[in-house]
Design a protein around this ligand. Structure first.
Ligand SMILES: Cc1cc2nc3c(=O)[nH]c(=O)nc-3n(C[C@H](O)[C@H](O)[C@H](O)COP(=O)(O)OP(=O)(O)OC[C@H]3O[C@@H](n4cnc5c(N)ncnc54)[C@H](O)[C@@H]3O)c2cc1C
Length: 433
């Protein structure tokens, strides 16, 4: 039988990157909040991700700058190579590119655990409940009533002022809001992802992407070199396009794979900056297979006192190193809407008005022409063989392409540097009755 277990906080479904960033933001604004997380125990799952300067700015504003320095590598460069090792494009990143904030490459699980520990420290352990799966919601006159299920399958109801669905790619909140949407859409690309302890390459802080749209290899460090071994933790990703009729389980973030499943696709690839791709790949303890999936942009993502955030709102292909950054930015923009409109339906509508158009554009852009699509253009024009890239693409074409993506994703250098704080220090939000 259902029982009532709480009254009027902001209820956040999902203790991932976005949900925890929102909980910390609510705490900053003096807004009561509770995070309900489905798993019994948060563990540092996943591999490397990137935090773009727009998200780093927000995490620093939450007082997490030192933590990011400790757990991540301040990324200094982004380089694209053809499969034959020709340098297509090289640009500085983070502070070296002129941003006021760094870009970080971090382990996704380390970031989540850092946010979790900070939330428990600041809000108290009762504010982040595990074994609490949000099942459904009902809008009411004073906000929202949700149904939540514990690990043993027992259900309870909880009242809140608003419900934020930050429950990821398989969001139950989104499924109720948009019934019949079905499973995420698979692009036909499979990714194999892992980390290997290996010698750093280039300057030890550069993200490298090689190949083209059908077959790609990406590598970047997510730690400094260890003083004793000289090795850093290198995050890598191998990617291959497959026939769409294949029947993979498209939702699994943790299916284990073997090197021999994919290593043959890299026969003949060589790079001046990496001694041996196969040695790097075989050095991984565990490799995970990830189907590249997304969902179509939504026509709306707010239903009165309920809205969506992060992957639940706009899951996108991970081609622009942008998914986690967007979840953090969403959390801060929603916080700002609470400041401007009070905690209630009006704030949720204002947040959606600001965020949905740009993130929808990003979902579509990542499908067709993410920032690394330049590599496919080069492959089409010369099969990746060239002495000088200017014989294949003009510098103007390359520069325009790289700048265009940053603009869509909200981290164009000049605009971001000049933009005011999303939440001015000392801001408070009123909980509307
Ligand atoms: C286990 C895991 C591993 C990942 N690994 C990678 C990776 O290696 N690389 C990468 O680029 N991206 C990875 N991602 C996705 C990445 O974290 C997101 O793209 C990005 O950070 C956006 O964050 P988010 O908060 O929207 O979603 P997520 O970080 O996915 O968080 C969603 C949270 O909601 C919880 N949840 C789900 N359903 C419910 C429910 N009904 N009620 C309550 N809680 C619920 C989930 O357990 C999860 O903790 C991973 C996600 C997960 C969950």
């Amino acid at each position: 039988m259902s029982r009532v277990i709480n009254d009027n906080p902001v209820i956040v479904a999902g203790g991932g990157i976005g949900g925890l960033a929102l909980a910390l933001t609510c705490h900053e604004l003096g807004v009561p909040v509770v995070v309900l997380e489905a798993v019994a125990e948060l563990r540092p799952l996943g591999v490397g991700i990137n935090l773009q300067p727009n998200a780093v700015r927000e995490l620093q504003a939450l007082g997490l700058g030192d933590d990011l320095n400790r757990i991540g590598v301040a990324t200094r460069g982004w380089s694209l190579y053809s499969r034959h090792g020709g340098l297509i494009w090289n640009e500085p990143r983070g502070v070296d590119a002129g941003y006021r904030w760094p870009q970080y490459s971090v382990h996704r699980g380390e970031l989540q655990m850092t946010l979790f520990r900070s939330a428990v420290e600041r809000l108290g352990p009762a504010a982040v409940r595990t074994s609490a799966r949000v099942v459904s919601y009902t809008n009411t006159a004073s906000g929202v009533t949700i149904e939540v299920e514990d690990g043993s399958g027992e259900r309870a109801t909880m009242n809140g002022r608003v419900l934020i669905g930050a429950d990821g790619i398989h969001s139950a909140v989104r499924a109720q809001m948009h019934p019949g949407e079905g499973e995420p859409l698979w692009s036909g690309h499979l990714m194999w992802r892992a980390t290997t302890e290996a010698p750093p390459f280039l300057d030890g802080a550069t993200m490298v992407l090689c190949g083209h749209d059908s077959t790609k290899f990406v590598a970047y460090p997510i730690s400094e070199a260890h003083p004793k071994t000289g090795n850093a933790t290198i995050n890598w990703l191998a990617e291959q396009r497959f026939d769409l009729s294949d029947g993979y389980n498209k939702e699994d973030y943790s299916r284990q794979a073997l090197v021999d499943d994919f290593i043959d696709i890299y026969k003949g690839w060589s790079f001046s900056w990496l001694e041996d791709l196969e040695t790097l790949v075989r050095g991984a303890e565990r490799i995970y297979e990830y189907p590249m999936v997304d969902r179509d942009p939504l026509p709306f993502w707010t239903d009165r006192s309920v809205t969506l955030l992060g992957d639940a709102a706009h899951v996108m292909y991970p081609v622009g190193s942008n998914g986690a950054s967007q979840a953090v930015v969403d959390a801060r923009k929603l916080g700002r809407a609470f400041v401007d409109h009070g905690v209630g339906a009006e704030a949720l509508a204002a947040y959606e008005d600001e965020m949905r158009p740009a993130t929808s554009e990003m979902v579509l852009r990542n499908r067709n022409a993410g920032p690394d699509y330049i590599m496919q253009i080069v492959e089409d024009r010369c099969q990746g063989v060239f002495d000088d890239i200017s014989d294949v693409m003009s510098n103007e074409e390359l520069t325009d392409y790289a700048a265009g993506y940053k603009k869509t994703a909200g981290f164009a250098i000049a605009e971001l540097n000049a933009s005011p704080e999303v939440i001015p220090p000392g801001s408070r939000a009123v909980v509307n009755q």
